[in-house]
Write a protein that binds this ligand. Sequence first.
Ligand code: NCD
Length: 291
Amino acid sequence: MRHLLSVEDLDRAAIERILDRAKSFTEVSEREIKKVPALRGRRVLNLFYEASTRTRSSFELAAKSLSADVINFAAGGSSVEKGESLKDTVQTLSAYQPDLIVIRTPHVGAAQLVANWTTASVVNAGDGKHEHPTQALLDVYTLRERLGDIDGKSIWIVGDVTHSRVARSNIHAFQKMGAHVTLCGPPTLIPRDVTALGCDVAYTLDGLGEADVVYALRMQKERMTDSFVPSIREYAAQYQIDGRRLGARQVLMHPGPVNRGVELAAEVIDSPQAVIGQQVAAGVVVRMAVL
Ligand code: NCD
């Protein structure tokens, strides 16, 4: 496979192959010289048109740990609004002969477009509210490390599902790995067509006790054109995961950045159930495997 644009393109065997490769890279970070020569002489272009802390830094670190030469290009969201100018940018930067382009944009389908314009391999690092495949892969990796196996597990994804590319990629990845997914949030933030994806839907947290894994999402204000909840306070009262709602045997995940006091209460962020830090760490080895 030349590109990684969507989890939909991966089957379970392909996901497992990437995760096994990722696992084999964990010892690199324990070395004194934290590098392997796998991509020596290759060029990786990181093209980020949208804010990012974890994804961007871990792609950079992953590429450098593989000895690739890395070009980081950051553009303010407002400077590139049209497909044409994205195309111009990609064609301009293609003069540097990148072997791989990692791209994040606010536009659904942009990674696919870039793949059509370049001879480089393309990795989707988030295209609008569509997909974020490497996030899903690092989440499955983190869960495998914590639970051993996620076959038959119940995973609740709670919050703003409608605007979340993380939710879309993770639904596919969790299901392909044999888990059962329930989406929970206010009706305005759960897309109508989700039952077609084979997920259950819950509009309250009443049944949360059945979940083995609670995956909380951030309210994607930057993708909302309207008000989808009466108020943040009202939302938190109904859907915030706090110490009362989270069970002792449940695993808590969040892709970051967390809005403390909105989707998660401070006490659960720092609880032993939370694997949020492990998710961030997994980002490096999983992205090394993908690259
Ligand atoms: C997510 C993203 O940007 O899609 N963050 C991430 O990549 N870790 C989720 C978010 O922004 O809420």
